[in-house]
Design a protein around this ligand. Structure first.
Ligand code: AVJ
Length: 320
């Protein structure tokens, strides 16, 4: 049983990229939203990042999930796993196996902006869990949360520290939208990276092999291809800095020289000063009190909190 709802077309995505680029490249300081990193090459580079010695979050989250999947299944009593930013990987299977083992699993709802990726993921999961109802949704979970399948008892998973890509106000509004779509009996499973020694944080976002630098520059390649721009990615240095006030890592691209870039699809010419920095991502790091307060502001009550043994990363359950 496989069904795919389309709330987002390739054309919607193209329009969103144009408007994000137009806004970000004409702002001061310039910025680009991190969601445009992930074309095929960007997704491969991110996979490579998750295997770097310096990049601990993916491994830490996996370890906690391995240890706690049974408890998560039991605490949620869920018949439906909703995975936002989904989900053919090991983490998905761990959760599905745990819910299956608890005897409650009926339905899997993977949600992603990429229809191609979702179709493959949904089919792969459907093939390994006979009898599982797979109801996928091609959607932008910043805009389409109210359109996701409801009913049953849902475990809504937002893993991979994805929440940290948004600044505080946007996080609370995202969590609030999520809360509006929840009914009693639903459970939120959230993975968040924790505040730690800044040197380790910076190393995780500025590896010596330069994989993260390539990932960062990849957004310029996306603009070159999709918006007929002429960014020279090698004309920009990768920058990763810890902002101790905001408690987030900020990635930037720093123009090596004064130059201008033409973005033909926007009929826009953008000037860069030598040394000018453009923000491409924030990755917020949390303390328990902070995420608990943000969840609370959105209507969720923190129910369970687990970290890996090093205390690097947290997985939590919250109730609407
Ligand atoms: C996929 C958003 C969780 O913020 O750590 C990895 C992306 N950026 N290295 C993160 C990322 C640079 C990652 N998230």
């Amino acid at each position: 049983m496989l069904r795919i709802d389309h709330h987002l077309t390739a054309d919607d995505l193209a329009k969103a990229l144009r408007s994000d680029a137009a806004e970000g490249l004409t702002s001061s300081p310039k910025s680009l939203p991190p969601k445009w990193f992930y074309d095929e090459r960007g997704s491969e580079l991110f996979e490579e990042i998750t295997r770097l010695a310096e990049y601990y979050p993916t491994r830490a989250e996996s370890r906690i999930l391995h240890e706690r999947a049974g408890e998560i299944a039991a605490a949620s009593g869920a018949d439906t796993l909703v995975e936002l930013g989904a989900g053919s990987g090991d983490k998905t299977r761990l959760l599905l196996d745990a819910l299956d083992g608890a005897g409650t699993l009926r339905r899997f709802v993977p949600v992603d902006v990429s229809g191609e990726f979702l179709g493959a993921a949904a089919a792969a999961i459907g093939g390994s869990y006979p009898g599982l109802e797979v109801h996928a949704a091609v959607a932008d979970f910043e805009r389409h949360l109210h359109l996701l399948p409801s009913g049953g008892r849902r475990l809504v998973a937002v893993l991979g520290s994805t929440l940290g890509n948004q600044p505080p106000a946007a996080r609370v509004s995202f969590l609030g939208d999520l809360h509006s779509g929840c009914t009693e009996g639903d459970t939120l499973l959230l993975g968040v990276d924790l505040v730690k020694d800044p040197a380790r944080l910076v190393a995780a976002y500025d590896d010596p092999g330069g994989v993260t630098a390539e990932f960062n520059r990849n957004v310029l390649r996306v603009l070159d291809r999709e918006l007929d721009a002429d960014f020279a990615p090698d004309g920009f240095d990768h920058v990763a800095v810890w902002d101790p006030g905001a408690e987030w890592i900020e990635m930037r691209l720093r123009s090596r020289a004064r130059h201008s870039v033409r973005v033909a699809a926007l009929d826009l010419t953008v000037g860069f000063a030598a040394g000018e920095e453009m923000r491409t991502e924030i990755s917020a790091k949390f303390r328990r009190e902070r995420i608990e307060a943000e969840l609370g502001a959105a209507g969720f009550a923190l129910q369970r909190w687990w970290t890996d043994s090093a205390g690097d990363y947290a997985l939590l359950l919250a109730r609407p």
